[in-house]
Design a protein around this ligand. Structure first.
Ligand code: AMP
Length: 193
């Protein structure tokens, strides 16, 4: 059982590491970016609204994201735990997530942060843009997303620090090295490794 949140700037490896942690813990990996991209690809009403924000590198409005996450967490699979990746990204989302947890008598065990210097983030995102063709991995949008992370998401660190659940991890080096660091940092929370 693990209920973890992943908080890191674009390009820090949230998706890759989130997948690995969730596999090791046997719980679903729920990435709001992936959920939103699925809605965009399926051209749902939510997808049509989200698309323009995503293309500009802006955050999708809190109310839409919260609705999406609450719906996903209410499904049977996440009842045994989850790794939430890319959410919460604003204070309003964090407050929403914590009041959801209180409502359903659950707690979050850890908020894992991945620290990677900005030039390395830009390099990784440009490379992903070339290999995966994500249309928000262009130079202008990357810079904007990093600014949005700093102004909207970074302040959440204080919110979590006050709740004593931050697990900071150095996100540089190889994928395996970062996974090892995460598992070590999770310590007794990672009895699944
Ligand atoms: P990601 O895959 O996490 O890099 O997210 C890609 C894009 O999806 C972001 O730039 C936002 O436009 C949108 N997005 C993903 N998660 C959230 C969230 N929690 N709140 C608002 N927008 C989000």
């Amino acid at each position: 059982m693990l209920r973890a949140l992943l908080l890191a700037p674009p390009g820090a490896g949230k998706g890759t590491q989130g997948e690995r942690i969730s596999e090791a813990a046997g719980v679903p990996h729920i990435a709001t970016g992936d959920l939103l991209r699925t809605h965009v690809a399926q051209d749902t009403e939510l997808g049509r609204t989200a698309r323009e924000f995503m293309q500009r590198g802006e955050l999708v409005p809190d109310s839409l994201v919260l609705e999406l996450v609450y719906g996903t967490l209410a499904e049977p699979k996440p009842r045994r735990g989850f790794v939430l990746d890319g959410f919460p990204r604003t204070l309003a989302q964090a407050e929403g997530a914590f009041s959801w947890a209180k409502r359903v008598s659950r707690t979050f065990h850890a908020v894992i942060t991945l620290d990677v210097p900005q030039p390395e983030l830009v390099r990784r995102l440009l490379e992903r843009g070339r290999s995966e063709g994500r249309d928000d991995d262009t130079e202008d949008t990357i810079c904007h997303r990093l600014d949005v992370y700093e102004s909207e998401t970074q302040p959440l660190l204080e919110f979590y620090r006050a709740r004593d659940i931050l697990v900071p991890v150095d996100g540089t080096g190889t994928v395996d090295e970062v996974t090892d660091r995460i598992m070590t940092a999770l310590g007794p929370l990672a009895p699944f490794v």
